[in-house]
Design a protein around this ligand. Structure first.
Ligand code: SF4
Ligand code: MG
Length: 325
């Protein structure tokens, strides 16, 4: 079957800084040639440090941003260059959940209004939209009687449930969740992840679930893609990626995930990366990870490794000259 979402060579370049002489520097590639497929009902976890381009990628997938080049095909239709008018009937299928629930909800609107809004845009009557909003509140674990309250009357976790209810209003097929639990207390993070997992099963949703570490996406993802400086450096089936990470960056990220068993936690080797990720305005030559990579060799400084299948017969793709040794 054709994938629900087919992403090819997706790139977002911003104009370079204006120099003192008036000329511009080279364009900054915040996202640099990303490709993957997503099946209906599937979840891809998209992981990387802040500034790696994952939010920009997420916004391009639902066409809140128009890419500089490359394409996004949704359900067989290329949506990359559609006008806002042509996008409108597709909007209902492509929704987004944002990181900070309180700042993504209008403080002057009631929950009824916030959740109904996407429905009113689609031409629903006010009465039908309000009834649907109450049903959605129940579905996400909120009390429907609180429908006329304002966002500040809810906790962070509850506010994120409102954001999720809003994203579900139009019965979408794809939700891009951009770090939906990063701003929440650790104690409520699991509740929201579990809620999203249940909704996915019940409603047959596909997610692109963005997070900055590998622990958050472990439960919800079928596949995981690891991003570094605007590119995917490793992508594959969740189990095989967690059991046997091949890219040194994936290994470093995984070594930071706490293990449930304290004895295993003590035995385990932590990989500490040197320094911060470089700026996308000045990416290192060759493998962009080489200045921080514990395995870097001479070739890594000059030759860019391409994303390719790591083993014969494996589905995992890795962008490294020395995958897994
Ligand atoms: Fe490290 Fe070289 Fe692999 Fe890059 S290509 S991740 S520098 S070993
Ligand atoms: Mg972000």
């Amino acid at each position: 079957a054709a994938p629900l979402l087919a992403v090819r060579d997706l790139t977002m370049a911003f104009p370079g800084r204006r120099g003192r002489t008036g000329g511009r520097g080279a364009p900054v590639r915040a996202v640099d040639g990303i490709s993957f497929d997503l099946a209906a009902g599937e979840t891809l976890g998209l992981v990387g440090e802040s500034g790696c381009g994952k939010s920009t990628t997420g916004r391009m997938l639902v066409r809140l941003l128009e890419p500089t080049s490359g394409s996004v095909t949704f359900d067989g239709r290329d949506i990359t260059r559609l006008s806002q008018g042509a996008l409108r009937p597709l909007r209902r299928h492509l929704q987004m959940v944002f990181q900070d629930p309180h700042s993504s909800l209008n403080p002057r609107q009631t929950v009824a209004r916030i959740i109904s809004d996407p429905l009113l845009v689609q031409g629903w009557s006010a009465g039908d939209a309000r009834r649907r909003a109450a049903e959605l509140m129940e579905l996400v674990g909120l009390i429907p009687e609180h429908i006329d309250r304002y966002p500040h009357e809810f906790s962070g976790g509850q506010a994120q449930r409102i954001g999720i209810a809003r994203s579900l209003a139009t019965s979408p097929r794809l939700i891009v969740a951009d770090e939906p639990v990063s701003a929440l207390d650790v104690s409520v993070q699991a509740q929201i992840v579990n809620l999203m997992e249940r909704l996915r099963r019940e409603l047959g949703l596909a997610y692109v679930f963005i997070a900055h570490d590998l622990s958050v996406v472990k439960r919800v993802s079928d596949r995981v893609a690891v991003m570094y400086l605007g590119r995917i450096v490793e992508i594959g089936d969740k189990k095989s990626l967690y059991d046997d990470p091949r890219h040194p960056y994936t290994r470093a990220l995984l070594s930071a995930v706490p293990l449930p068993d304290p004895a295993a936690e003590r035995r385990r080797e932590r990989i500490t990366l040197l320094g911060d990720p470089p700026s996308p305005a000045a990416p290192p030559p060759g493998c962009t990870f080489h200045p921080r990579c514990p395995k870097a060799q001479e070739v890594c400084r000059t030759e860019r490794p391409l994303l390719r299948i790591a083993d014969p017969g494996a589905t995992r793709e890795v962008a490294c000259h020395f995958p897994g040794d």
